[in-house]
Design a protein around this ligand. Structure first.
Ligand code: NAD
Length: 337
């Protein structure tokens, strides 16, 4: 394909609006053709100044346009499923924000639908795979120059959580990123999840036990621990310390520039995921567009969406019981090998 990919973006909230701006201003080979949001005013605001783009309030209307050739899904996770089926039916390349779907059963049905199609059409929005520091850590792990990877210590801290963000969403919306990136870094599946609830902050909304300590084990016995802290107040931080046989690697912690001024020194902490992972989202979306132009889909697959949904299910059970819960996975279909 030599003409621009005409993308329908479904959901123009925090993530959708960011992707719309990205597609319009920084991504080559694609244009925003339609923005769909049940809040039509929000869709209209998102396309302001974008010649040729239309604002709609239902995905059906976007598909009915007939000249849409890719779909970016950025509605809340529990609404992804229906749009995924509609896009798969039309054999369109899809970039679906994480989570693929909220539970393993519905995610597996999507995997089955894609298999019936016979080729991959879905990329899941696990953007950490496109972050330069995570990619470098992945190379150290796969390259073996530091010996075997033994442990990962991960911190995932948000300044606060949006209204309606539940205790369960600390796992299904937040730790789902660690589930994916740990699988990506190690090249292994996660075998068990345990969640420990200790002393909690006063600053979390009612019903949320925050922070939580999540313990993860992979096939070869790599142990990872995640501090998920939704209401840490100071800023947004996603960092990892990796312990190898022959060295320690830290990523995502403070980075420059450092300023010395008026008797003080220091730098800035990113306020949200939008700034922290901005460059990674750009690389992710560009990779999706480039692959779609070649008639392909790369990056995290529907299988990754399913496997992480299975980890989330184990995580939710572990959150309730405090037990170490085994992750149950169906056999991996050939399409994803
Ligand atoms: N990759 C990341 O780092 C990252 C970060 C944040 C959010 N996300 C994901 O992005 C998705 C959206 O999250 P968000 O924070 O932008 O949520 P949001 O609530 O800010 O936005 C969701 C938007 O979807 C719209 N919407 C609801 N139902 C709809 C429907 N049936 N059709 C069309 N539009 C509809 C809402 O009106 C809203 O504008 C979620 O899956 C979330 O997990 C990913």
């Amino acid at each position: 394909m030599t003409t621009n990919l005409r993308v329908a973006v479904v959901g123009a909230g925090r993530m959708g609006a960011d992707h719309i701006t990205r597609l319009h201003s920084r991504i080559h080979g694609a244009e925003v053709a339609a923005v769909v949001d049940v809040d039509l005013a929000r869709a209209q605001a998102a396309i302001e100044g974008m010649e040729g783009a239309v604002a709609l309030d239902s995905a059906d209307e976007a598909f009915a346009l007939g000249d849409i050739n890719a779909v970016l899904i950025a509605t809340p996770g529990f609404l992804h499923e229906e749009i995924l089926y509609q896009a798969l039916e039309r054999d369109l390349p899809i970039l679906c924000e994480k989570p693929l779907t909220p539970d393993a059963t519905s995610a597996w049905k999507i995997v089955e639908a894609e298999q019936r199609l016979g080729h991959k059409r879905i990329q899941v929005g696990f953007m950490r795979r496109y972050d330069a520091e995570y990619a470098r850590l992945g190379q150290w792990i796969q390259g073996g120059e530091l010996g075997e990877l033994l442990m990962l210590h991960c911190a995932h801290r948000n300044p606060d959580t949006p209204p309606g963000f539940t205790n369960e969403m600390l796992i299904t919306d937040s730790v789902v990123h660690e589930f994916d990136v740990i699988r990506f870094l190690t090249g292994e599946e996660i075998t068990s999840v345990q969640v420990r609830l200790g002393k909690a902050t006063r600053h979390a909304p009612q019903g949320q036990h925050d922070p939580q300590h999540v313990l993860i084990e992979t096939t070869s016995g790599v142990l990872a621990d995640v501090e998920i802290y939704g209401n840490a107040r100071f800023g947004y931080e996603v960092s990892t310390v990796a312990s190898f046989e022959d060295g320690i690697v830290s990523i995502g912690a403070d980075s420059g520039p450092y300023l010395r001024r008026a008797g003080r020194w220091g730098g800035q902490i990113t306020p949200s995921f939008v700034e922290r992972f901005g460059p990674a989202y750009d690389v992710e979306v560009q990779a999706w567009v480039d692959a779609a132009q070649r008639g392909e889909v790369g990056g995290p697959t529907a299988w990754d969406g399913y496997a992480t949904a299975a980890c989330c299910e184990a995580g939710l059970e572990a959150q309730k019981s405090g037990n170490k819960v085994k992750v149950q996975l169906n056999a991996k279909p050939n399409l994803y090998n």
